[in-house]
Each structure stands twice: as C-alpha cells, then as structure tokens.
Design a protein around this ligand. Sequence first.
Ligand code: FEO
Length: 395
Amino acid sequence: MSAVKLLPGVYWVGVVDWNVRAFHGHTYITRRGSTYNSYLIVDEKIALVDTVYAPFSDQLLRNISEVVPPEKIDYIISNHGETDHSGSLPALKKACPNAKHFGSAKVKETLEKMYYLGLDLQVVKSGDKLSLGKKTLSFIEAPMLHWPDSMFTYLIEDGVLMPNDAFGQHFASSARFDDEVDGSPLFEEAEAYYANILWPFSPMVLKKIDEIVKMKLPLKMIAPSHGIIWRKDPMKIVNSYVEWAKQTTRRKAVIAYETMWKSTEKMAYSIVDGLVSEGVEVKMYDVAETDNTEIIREMLYARGYLFGSSTHDNNMLPNLAMFLEFLKGLKPSGRKAAAFGSFGWAGGAVKEMENFITSPGIEIVQPGISLKFAPSPEELKQCFEFGKEFAKKLF
Ligand code: FEO
C-alpha cells in the first residue's frame, strides 16, 4: 500500500499485514490480518508518529519517500514501545539520523532496553506541545492503555487523535476509513480487540476517556495504530469503549467446554436448551475447536459463563484449563458462573473448574453438575433444568 493523504499535510504511511494470523505470541488470532499505522505530518517541521513492525521497515521508508525524503523528518514520536510500532526505529534512525525523538518516560525505558541504540529520546508529559509551524502536536500520557508507556498524540489544528493501540482493530484492508468498509466486521474486530487486549485495564480506560471528554477536544478523526481510522462518527468507538469498560452485560450466556467422548458435549446441548427455554441468548464453543479470541469477544457482553469439561487425571481437560487461565487474566467482573462435566471412574473436573473460576469478578451461582459416563435421558433432563436454573440467575 502506498502513502494515503488523510488531510492536507497529514498522511498515512503505514503498512497492511494481510497474512498475520497470530499476535502477541499466539494469544490473539488475527483472522482478518492487521495493519501497523504510522502517520506523517508535513508542515514547516516534519513529524512521524509511530513506526511499523520491523519486517516492514522498507515499506515504511518507501511510503514516507512518496511524500518527503525520509532524511527530512525532524521529529519522531513514539506513542508506545511494543515491537509492532517501534520495530522500524533502527532503520529509521539510519534514514534520518538527525531527527529528534519524543515519547513518555516509560517509552524511553522500553526502547532503551529493547533496542540498545542509545536513542536520545526527549521525554514529554501530558499537556506538552510540539509546534511544527502551523500545526501543533499535543501529548496525553495514557498509562495501561495498554502498556505503562502508552501515550496519545493529538494534532490540534486538524482534530486528529492518534491514540496508538487504543480504539484499534486487527483488520487488514485496502481502505483507510470506517466509511469505506462494511461496519459490521470492522466493529466485531474492534470489540475483539477491546475484549482480548484492553479488558483488564477497564478502570484506566474509563478514567482516561473521562479526562479526554472533559478536555473537550474537537475530534475529527481517531487514527489508531492498527486497522481503520474512525472519521464517520469518532465518538461511536469512544462510547463503545465506555460501555465495555463499565462491564455492561446483557442476559446472555457463553458455554465454553472441552469434551473427550462427547458426553460433556451432550450435557452442554441440553443446558443450551434449558437456557434458551428461558429466553437467554446463548453462544456455545468447544475450546479445542475455536480460538480464544472469538470466545472472549462473545464473553464481553455475556452475564453468564458456563464451563464444561470431562474429567481427565482427576482434573479438567488442558485446553479448558488454558482458556480459564487466559480469561482470569482479563479480569471480567459482575459475571455469574457454573460448571458441568462427565467423568468415568472418578470425578474431579467440576470441582477443579469451580476452584479455578473463583475470582472477585466471577461468582459461582449454583452447584455444578457432574455425571458418570454418557448421560441418560433422565440425566439430560437434569442438564436442561440446570440450564433453566442458571437462566434465572441472569436477570
Ligand atoms: Fe501494544 Fe499494537 O502494540
């Protein structure tokens, strides 16, 4: 992708990573690819806000060259030190050795320890401004959205907020703006992004958004570091973040289970029927078949979580254990839960799941159901009733 003019003097010079399917190790499955967005602001002084993942350094430099020779860059702003946004700094340092570098105190620490380049980074704080001539950049520290070093850069005269990872989506596209793409998959990816990355930092998200709203910044565009730029109605994604960060839920249950010989799965189907008979919206996933990213996205609005596992070595199955470990780290709150599963000669999975689930934000609201071998028709009725009972806890 070539450079794209967003506004007079403001360019997207990032790259589209069409093929990336795993992010943050393999904790995030990026089924729609991603982008690394880098923004070039050309005025009397020229500033580059964020770089791209190292394997794409040449593309970044090519895109910059379509607008200005890279050596003309006066300022580089690092909003965040993570590799996907800082990886091209070594290449950039060679291309524009005289550019001054700005970022938060924490980003300075991150970059020093990550690249050992002796970067002479000038620390900026919230409220600091950098004049480019007619245009001015202003900085807003945003710790834990989603790293301690995170910062937003705001282009005052054009009303463009560049908040790095916040408000992003892993969404590869030849389009750059939200009004150029189908809104449903885009928003689905924004939701997945919040659920899988920002959920644990919800209190900080609320605080930062409140602070920004009080600043009354005109917002013409929100230009994150991944995916599409919000310009149609930039407040829509901000308001969604508020809703997600408040842990708003609805009468919805997600069943996440793992099964050895389908007995636990049969139980799950009957539990679904019980829930549905009480008007609950349900999603059900075998965690061994579906990636965490999708299940976690569905859990964002769900008030009820049901976990199922066959017993194996007196414990739950390993994929479900890994899933619960991941979920715990996201710190959901105000959720109701219960466990179920089948066993052969001795149980154990239900108790292990209940012990594991225990966290301040997830309350076990009814005793688990544990059945020996394949469920009988009578036992499937018990599972149906189990689902109905759980449904009543979701008001
Ligand atoms: Fe926190 Fe997109 O990196």
